[in-house]
Design a protein around this ligand. Structure first.
Ligand code: SAH
Ligand code: SF4
Ligand code: F3S
Length: 441
């Protein structure tokens, strides 16, 4: 008789890089003989991959770990493992606050997970390893894809920009690029396995290669080389930093049909005074120059962005500059955030001078404006026939979800066999964040 297989449960918070890291964790756990379950109550190991970009994410996590205590009491053999960016940043706090947590592991030593589990079982006390950020990427491409037809592929990890508000350089280390050939080989392998869409990931994806010291490996060249893999029908990349975005990249996108017409280009603020305090290394005029260069060379390129409101010492006149720029540039979508002080960042030293009420008001004003713009832009697509890659069922309404070239989701009625395939839809209706469609010939 086969022994009962041990089960693990995993939960992921944060950005695409964390989603990818969870794919690495799943690969490792399955290699160790564990089977994934969607029910934490049935698992022998619970893994939580955490994000620390804003305080809210951290507080939610702490509440969540607190809730696991009752499960641990019911099932003392259960191993609770906390990984990711908050684990990297606050390992001691996690162990002190929650003594029933078994393992805390950092962002750079995921491959040590089996050793940490053995150590925990042997020593019968909590183990913590947040390690050093390695120079090489030996294990980076051992991962278990969530989808058979699309894949995430980090090409660089870490960040050298030190935007004054941001914790990422502290929890991910300095920029390290994967080898050019290693990336191309992996992309070819994925294409050979039936992957048609690939998203190149990096905290600052377009500064790829700057640390490789060969002097001739850069993001535009990498993108161009990957686009030669013709089985890859859709190539995406994120996140781009406006300071490193250039004409070469725009040319490569416009010259290759399989590179999607979508750029996520975080603006963060419309006021030069605030951009300077944020240490973003560009002015609103620099941003506009890149934006209009993209639109001129690729007229139907979607541009999405991130914006922070309520940065320390931000005045109403600064905020109004953000609103004005958002009105002018008409992003397809903006992810908007209320400033959150992060310990250890240089902005922590500035006075968090904007009141909570003002932050909320500005946030609402910006959101209202952007929702209106997104809706107006999306309405322009109604009546058009466009191709989506079908990703699966929508959680909301049991309909299928497909993604357009510009990264927008379209809901439509269709059959399960369509998942993973390209389908032509007629767009029938638009909302601020998604579209509705029906199958078209
Ligand atoms: N590397 C990317 C994304 C970093 S995190 C970039 O440079 O754009 C994603 C977004 O979270 C950021 O673009 C920023 O808008 C927001 N963010 C980061 N730190 C924050 C903080 N302390 N408070 C509020 N929002 C923050
Ligand atoms: Fe954070 Fe700035 Fe780096 Fe983005 S570029 S990860 S916002 S420090
Ligand atoms: Fe969060 Fe870490 Fe990503 S802090 S946004 S999960 S790099």
């Amino acid at each position: 008789m086969r022994a009962l297989q041990k089960k693990f449960y995993i939960e992921t918070f944060g950005c695409q890089m964390n989603v990818f890291d969870s794919e690495r964790i799943i690969y490792i756990m399955e290699k160790e003989g564990y089977v994934r379950t969607s029910d934490p109550e049935c698992s022998e190991i619970i893994l939580i991959n955490t994000c620390s970009v804003r305080e809210k994410a951290e507080n939610k996590l702490f509440g969540h770990i607190g809730n696991l205590k009752s499960l641990k009491i019911k099932k003392p053999g259960l191993l609770i493992c906390i990984g990711g960016c908050t684990a990297q940043n606050k390992s001691a706090e996690i162990i002190n606050k929650f003594p029933y947590v078994d393992i805390v592991f950092g962002t750079a030593n995921i491959n040590k997970l089996p050793d940490l589990i053995s150590e925990r079982l042997l020593k019968n006390r909590s183990v913590c390893d947040t390690g050093d950020f390695p120079e090489t990427f030996d294990y980076l491409y051992d991962f278990k894809r969530q989808y058979s037809f699309k894949a995430l592929l980090p090409i660089m990890i870490g960040c050298n920009n030190y935007c004054s508000y941001c914790i990422v350089p502290f929890v991910r280390g300095r920029e390290r690029s994967a080898g050019f050939d290693q990336i191309i080989k992996t992309a070819e392998k994925l294409a050979g396995e039936g992957v048609v869409e690939i998203t190149l990931l990096g905290q600052n994806v377009n500064s790829y290669g700057q640390d490789l010291k060969t002097g001739h490996e850069n993001f535009a060249k990498l993108l161009s080389e990957i686009s030669q893999i013709k089985a890859l029908k859709r190539i995406r990349f994120m996140t781009s930093h406006p300071g490193d975005f250039n004409e070469d990249i725009i040319d490569v996108i416009s010259e290759n049909n399989n590179i999607m017409n979508h750029v996520h280009l975080p603006l963060q603020a419309g006021s030069d005074r605030i951009l300077k305090k944020m240490n973003r290394h560009y002015t609103s005029a620099d941003f506009k120059k890149i934006y209009y260069m993209i639109k001129e060379k690729i007229p139907d390129c979607a541009v999405t962005t991130d914006i922070i409101v309520g940065f320390p010492e931000e005045k109403e006149e600064d905020f109004l500059k953000t609103l004005k720029l958002v009105k002018e540039l008409r992003f397809n979508r903006a992810f908007t955030f209320i400033y959150s002080t992060r310990k250890g960042t240089s902005a922590e030293l500035l006075e968090d001078s904007v009141s909570a009420d003002t932050k909320r008001l500005w946030f609402r004003n910006l959101l209202e404006l952007q929702n209106k713009i997104s809706l107006e832009e999306n309405m322009k697509l109604v009546g058009k026939k466009l191709k989506v890659l079908v990703e699966g069922y929508s959680l909301k309404n049991n309909q299928l979800e497909g993604r357009l070239e510009n990264n927008l989701i379209v809901n439509f009625r269709g059959d399960e066999e369509m998942i993973g395939k390209f389908i032509k839809l007629k767009i029938t209706d638009a909302k601020s964040f998604y579209l509705k469609g029906k199958i078209s010939e």
